[in-house]
Design a binder for this molecule. Structure first.
Ligand SMILES: [Zn+2]
Ligand SMILES: [Zn+2]
Length: 307
């Protein structure tokens, strides 16, 4: 969270130097509405924006509902386009998952996965299957009603720090319950990729600075996104990134992201690999090596040395 605040402060300083006060007040003004106004969400370069002075929009009947129900999770059904909707729940320590996270297979709407140079998109892959209600809070696994297509920045830099605030509060105050709601914003048309989400978090058992109301934009620095389809391009080149799994000779590999070595899935080294460092990829072998990944000598062999 500290890094986040620092980044925000740096952005603010930069803005103060370059942008007139008029424009500033319109960017940081209170943009009310739930679900939030999608017209504004597309016009900003900030990943996260506090809404409603950081106070969740819950009304009395929603608080009453939660108090009456106790622990709960509710997920909206998919809409006519197959898109996720508002999800919420009342979370507490007793119901936090004590089990491992599964791999995710659901392809949410707008899922056009592409790989970019890791100097542009950290880790290379543009999209993540983003939980609306975080796994660490809800314990929900590969549930299609709770997964949306989100950029790397959206998921890791945008949502995760806020999810951690909520989870940390629940762990610290183990009798406290947090009413937590995530509303995806697809705009008014039939967009398959969301502009962002509104996250609201309010502890029912204390007045705490863990409470927040924030809009996280589904954007990625350096990448242009088409929100109608989820297709994506390098901002400068205006050329769609290639999908390596569609190239001739594509095979399944497992990358160890800690040393950039790649293996066939059955390699014995894959069994011992730290789950966090595993990355599945389908691509031709020469595509992998041209991007700086080294073939495992045990399962693939170093062909370049035998030539
Ligand atoms: Zn509390
Ligand atoms: Zn291997």
């Amino acid at each position: 969270m500290k890094r986040h605040i620092l980044m925000t402060m740096m952005m603010l300083l930069l803005l103060l130097l370059t942008v007139s006060c008029d424009l500033l007040s319109s960017w940081f003004g209170d943009i009310a509405g739930n679900p939030p106004d999608s017209d504004l969400s597309g016009n900003t370069q900030d990943l996260c924006e506090i809404r409603n002075n950081d106070v969740p929009y819950y009304n009395k009947s929603e608080y009453d509902y939660a108090e009456g129900k106790g622990y709960f999770i509710e997920l909206s059904p998919l809409d006519e386009y197959g898109r996720v909707g508002m999800c919420w729940g009342l979370f507490d320590k007793d119901h936090m998952p004590d089990y491992e996270r599964d791999n995710l297979d659901t392809n949410p709407t707008g899922w056009h996965q592409n790989y970019y140079d890791p100097s542009i998109v950290h880790g290379g892959w543009l999209y993540s299957r983003a939980h609306l209600l975080a796994f660490q809070l809800s314990g929900l696994q590969d549930n299609p009603l709770n997964l949306m297509t989100g950029t790397r920045d959206f998921n890791n830099e945008g949502m995760l720090p806020y999810e951690n605030i909520t989870a940390d509060h629940i762990k610290e105050e183990d009798t406290h319950r947090i009413l937590y709601r995530v509303t995806p914003d697809f705009g008014d048309g039939g967009n398959l990729l969301a502009y962002g989400v509104l996250i609201e978090s309010d502890c029912l058992d204390c007045d705490d600075d863990a409470d927040f109301c924030v809009y996280v934009h589904n954007i990625q620095t350096g990448i242009t996104l088409d929100y109608t389809t989820g297709r994506n391009w390098l901002e400068d080149a205006n050329i769609e990134a290639e999908d390596p799994s569609a190239l001739p000779g594509a095979e399944e590999f497992i990358i160890n992201t800690s040393n950039r070595r790649f293996h066939i899935p059955t390699c014995r080294y894959v069994q011992n690999m730290n789950e966090e460092n595993k990355l599945e990829i389908t691509a031709p072998k020469d595509w992998m090596t041209s991007r700086g990944y080294d073939p495992c000598s045990a399962c693939i062999g170093d062909e370049s040395s035998s030539q």
